[in-house]
Design a protein around this ligand. Sequence first.
Ligand SMILES: Nc1ncnc2c1ncn2[C@@H]1O[C@H](COP(=O)(O)OP(=O)(O)OP(=O)(O)O)[C@@H](O)[C@H]1O
Ligand SMILES: [Mg+2]
Length: 467
Amino acid sequence: MLDVREYVLKTPPGGVKRYDHDALCDLLKVEDRSRVIFEQGVGREAIVRIYPSNPLMGVREMTADDLVMDGRGRITIGTYFDGSPLRFRLFDPKTGNAQRGAVFGTTGAGKSRLVQAILVACKRSGIVVHLADLKHGQSVPEAKGNTATRVTTQYEAILMLRGLVAEAERRMIVYGERGSSGFVIGAPDPLMYGIVDEANRLLEKGAPFRDEAAQLIKELGRTGRSVGVGIIIAAQAGHLDELGGSDTLRAMLKEGEVILLRWSSAMMQQLVGDGLLPRGESLQPIPKVVGQVRKIRRYNEQRADDEDDVNSQGMLYHLTGIRPTSMGRTFVVGSVAPTPGYDPVILDLYGSGAPPGEAIDLEAHVTAKERKAAGEGGEGDEDGDAASGVPAPEPEPDVTRMSTAERILAVLPADGLAEVDLLAALEADGGRRVARASVRTNISAMRGKGKLARPDGTGLIVRAPAD
Ligand SMILES: Nc1ncnc2c1ncn2[C@@H]1O[C@H](COP(=O)(O)OP(=O)(O)OP(=O)(O)O)[C@@H](O)[C@H]1O
Ligand SMILES: [Mg+2]
């Protein structure tokens, strides 16, 4: 490669124990720390490369093809600094195992975009996915209508996880009776995932459902994977112990797929302590701003205008991959600048059409006690009952009590939907099934009342412009 200086270093046996990136850069006289890449090789070898600029700055855009699972059960989510593909496993055909995965990173590091990529991969690969987006549905908005289940509150997330555990149990019994020892995709069941973005909200200290959430996730990690029911969480936390306490995640993640996006170096150290990174391995820190030079300026020297713009989103380590200490980056997922409505680039990645699978029937997993606490399902009393110890579910429009017209308006994105997609979105919104004929009747009635725009020849069903 042109302009890349490379040094092969002999290290002490077992690798470099403590690695000081700043000191190395000073030694090499490189001011822009992100141009220097250190990689511990096997045995006693390490490589230091100095690039003209950080090699991960110009990654290409993600394509739908990257996200179709290959014969080995992997998708390509990005690249390592040297250009080799960074793959994430969703299935292991050799063992028939679904995966348990985790994406960690500080705020803005790119967790939700990566989750979005995994959701696209599921839709594109025939994997049934049930999503909890615990930032009120705002983390991965484009997933609406593109996943079998989509919930946005903690209580619903618990119901969803209960549903996933129940499905894993059902499969175990059926497979056991059939005498089959392993899971094969589509014979007869599909590969299935539960994905929880902002899982820290569910698992942090003081969270209302912390213990049950931790237990359900642990259960899925333990029993789900051999019957094709996997679990992936995305979270920010200072320490694994914050996520559900004890060793819930530690055990689960050691054999799963773990991705570490930008995190403070102190937190990275704790991960080593948590056993997620082999002892003796060190990670070069991921800077918030790549290319920044900490140089003293003369008083009339100008700083570049974009000098402090965050530009390292998506940079990561695939801790459980083949190269845990090599810096990589996800491909660009969607528009980098926020879009006013749904991001068209991301919608394109999902593609049109309904997602595979059916929604989990959340109602079926409400316990008798919770039903009672919520006032026998009566109107109004959603506040729970402090005395019974059942936390109150977050208030949320209850799809089961909405009219078809209200549900249509609720699922319609700003740029409208084709009829098939609208039908799919209604299938997936958690409410009761509506026949196509009834949807059509509602649409024409809503057009009559000025709630939907008149047909304009594109075939799209679009909300009427706000007056
Ligand atoms: N792979 C990516 N491709 C393009 N832009 C990205 C990517 N990852 C992150 N970004 C940019 O960074 C911003 C933050 O990313 P994202 O929402 O995924 O972070 P997050 O880790 O989920 O943050 P939070 O903790 O606030 O939820 C995005 O709005 C986008 O502008
Ligand atoms: Mg997020």
